[in-house]
Design a protein around this ligand. Structure first.
Ligand code: FMN
Length: 656
């Protein structure tokens, strides 16, 4: 198809240099004076990387709309002064920047929250107060005032957050709006708040100041707006003065994945198309658009005029420039894992990125060119070894990477076989291309031996992990399989399978054994019942998940994705047994003790997903050698994941 991402877009008096918009992301750097230089550096890197327009994280127009008591608002001259640093930095690099105004409504995590009606959200412990008419009028004024101040701060526009189940969206949907005054009941009344806000903003800002409205096209909750209603909302809002529509998908309380890695790339392009079909102003497409190919496909099909990428610009701030310089194969692609970004934000930690630990840490973890080039050997070409080789070479060192296997990738090769984790393919391809660009010498099929020590200034051991073996007595020719041999397809599986361990790998095994790889958009929608009835499953295998600890399954999975893994297990009728001891495995099944009661579970296959051990045998002798460094799973197998592996790779490269 055509390359459209680089085309300019003229918007009234504002020209966007291309079609790439950075979607709104609250990073955790917004609060407090002390982080302002970090946030400036974060925005500056994305503007410098060619992005046409950035949208900030959500700022509340007033006190009650703050997401948490310590969250940021935007309405004072102090804010104007602080934010000029951001707008100047972006403008210096030819980019545009808009401030997002977000009133959290009933999702606000404090006791002073407000909503159209006093109905508690399932995801906040605080029951909101129903807004009085005067409070609604005041809120409309507050939005307008914030927009007015945003223009003073040098912003090119504001984005009014009207989706994801926040205040404005709560007014739109009958689910949360039970009012019987002029702000509730009929569609016209329910959308009055949104329309009044846009009109009030328009009246307070100059003509060239942009108003983006993020409209919820699919609420994905019962009693949300219907597609017909959304159409009317869009038309009315356009009349009220909206310059650009951004697409919103799903309320936060919806139990349907909308951005996680199992969402097929481009899954919601149809939602943007729906807007585009009825309005004249430009439309932004969102969610899981992570490659230039998908972006161009959406633009070419006329499904949207602009592409929003949020997490993909955490993964690679230079996304646009690389694409534009025909270097797309060197883009570090977002895998949709949420492990570094949203999971952090939910824990009150700064957002960053699994594949790019420098994201939002630009000033904390710079990688400066070395003045003393060294010869460095990296042992092991898994996530830690690949990334450390690239960082070391980027720094100016001469790097050799060896692996005893004939194939690079280590655990990446397992991860990408899990349905919903196919995007790890991109990560491995990225590192492979980077190694070549950075002239790293790669020697596969080569094991480490101590004679190599003398030839290098520094050695980084990134030898990774192997599965922990289960100590279960086996007879009748039975054997407990390790998860890696199952994923590699090396063993034959039966019809009734016990999975030992309920950590991330245990749940990945459930997906591996029951889900489809590279699911199509329509299969994804029918699995989750997106605007249709969910498809029931008929599995021909019965899966059991067993764990030794008591309590809920999957409680230590990531906050933003754990519920999806638990839901998938439910969809496939996986039976879960906690507080369980494993004893022996024979032709009758697996003998276990559950809460003191000994029994035989009639399974024909047992797979151990019970953690990992470090591959550190070669290291024992070198533990006090100053030129030897150990990172990743080889250093500590407990809870190793790609996030820690790549983070440690960056830190070791900064040190050497
Ligand atoms: N969307 C908003 O409208 N306002 C926000 O403040 C906001 N904060 C976010 C913070 C993080 C760390 C992330 C990852 C997303 C946030 N989002 C927010 C949602 C993004 O704008 C976007 O819709 C979502 O990440 C999916 O798009 P992507 O696949 O391009 O990342």
């Amino acid at each position: 198809g055509h390359r459209m991402l680089e085309q300019q877009l003229q918007l009234k008096h504002t020209q966007l240099r291309n079609r790439l918009v950075m979607g709104s992301m609250h990073t955790g750097l917004e609060e407090g004076w002390h982080n302002r230089k970090r946030l400036r550096a974060f925005y500056e890197a994305r503007a410098k990387g060619g992005t046409a327009m950035l949208i900030t994280g959500g700022y509340s127009p007033n006190l009650r709309g703050k997401l948490t008591p310590i969250s940021s608002s935007f309405n004072s001259y102090y804010d104007v002064f602080k934010h000029r640093a951001y707008t100047n930095a972006v403008h210096k690099h030819g980019g545009k920047i808009c401030l997002q105004l977000l009133h959290a409504g009933r999702y606000a995590y404090h006791p002073f929250n407000q909503a159209p009606s006093a109905i508690k959200a399932p995801i906040s412990p605080y029951k909101p107060k129903a807004m009085s008419l005067s409070s609604i009028k005041k809120t409309i004024k507050d939005f307008a005032h914030s927009a007015y101040m945003a223009e003073k701060a040098g912003y090119d526009g504001v984005e009014v957050m009207g989706s994801e189940g926040y205040l404005i969206n709560e007014f739109m949907a009958p689910h949360t709006n039970k009012r019987n005054d002029e702000f509730g009941g009929s569609l016209e009344n329910r959308m009055r708040l949104a329309v009044e806000i846009v009109k009030a903003v328009r009246a307070k800002v100059s003509e060239q100041f942009l108003i983006i409205f993020r409209l919820s096209v699919m609420d994905l909750i019962p009693n949300g707006s219907t597609p017909e209603e959304v159409t009317i909302q869009a038309l009315e809002l356009e009349k009220a003065g909206v310059d650009i529509f951004n697409t919103g998908i799903g309320w936060h309380e919806a139990r349907i994945p909308t951005i996680a890695s199992m969402v097929p790339p481009g899954a919601f392009k149809e939602a943007s198309k729906r807007l585009k079909d009825v309005i004249k102003v430009p439309v932004i497409a969102v969610n899981r658009i992570n490659t230039p190919e998908i972006a161009n496909e959406i633009l070419n099909a006329g499904d949207a005029d602009l592409i929003s990428m949020a997490r993909p610009l955490l993964a690679d701030p230079e996304f646009f420039n690389k694409y534009n310089n025909q270097l797309s194969k060197h883009i570090n692609i977002c895998i949709g894992c949420n492990q570094g970004c949203l999971d952090h934000v939910f824990k009150g930690k700064r957002a960053t990125c699994l594949v790019n630990p420098q994201a939002a840490f630009e000033l904390d973890y710079p990688l400066e060119k070395t003045t003393k080039a060294k010869k460095v050997l990296v042992v092991g070409a898994g996530p830690a070894g690949l990334s450390s080789s690239c960082y070391l070479a980027e720094k100016g060192h001469t790097v050799t990477l060896i692996d005893q296997k004939m194939q690079m990738g280590g655990q990446f090769n397992l991860a990408m076989q899990i349905p919903g984790k196919e995007d790890f393919n991109h990560t491995l391809a990225y590192y492979t291309n980077e190694l070549e660009r950075l002239n790293v010498t790669v020697e596969l099929g080569k094991a480490y031996d101590d004679s190599m020590l003398a030839h290098y200034d520094d050695i980084v051991f990134a030898t990774g992990v192997r599965p922990r073996e289960a100590s279960i007595e086996c007879s009748d020719g039975k054997r407990v399989f390790a998860y890696d041999e199952v994923i590699r397809g090396e063993v034959e599986l039966g019809k009734s399978i016990a999975i030992l361990g309920a950590g991330g790998i245990g749940f990945d095994m459930v997906a591996f054994l029951s889900e489809q790889k590279s699911q199509s958009i329509s299969d994804f929608k029918s699995q989750w019942g997106i605007e249709c009835e969910p498809k029931p499953y008929k599995d021909d295998r019965q899966l059991y998940m067993l764990k030794r600890s008591a309590g809920r399954f999957g409680s230590d999975l990531g906050k933003t994705t754990g519920w999806i893994h638990r839901q998938v297990a439910k969809q496939h009728s996986v039976k879960q047994i906690a507080d369980c001891q494993y004893h022996s495995f024979d032709k009758n099944g697996l003998t276990i003790t559950v809460a003191g009661d000994k029994q035989v579970l009639a399974v024909d296959t047992v797979i151990a997903c019970i953690g990992q051990v470090s591959n550190n045998e070669v290291l024992a002798k070198q533990s006090d050698n100053a030129k030897v460094h150990v990172i990743g799973g080889a250093k500590l197998a407990t809870a190793i994941d790609a996030k820690r592996a790549i983070y440690e790779a960056l830190q070791i490269a900064r040190e050497i």
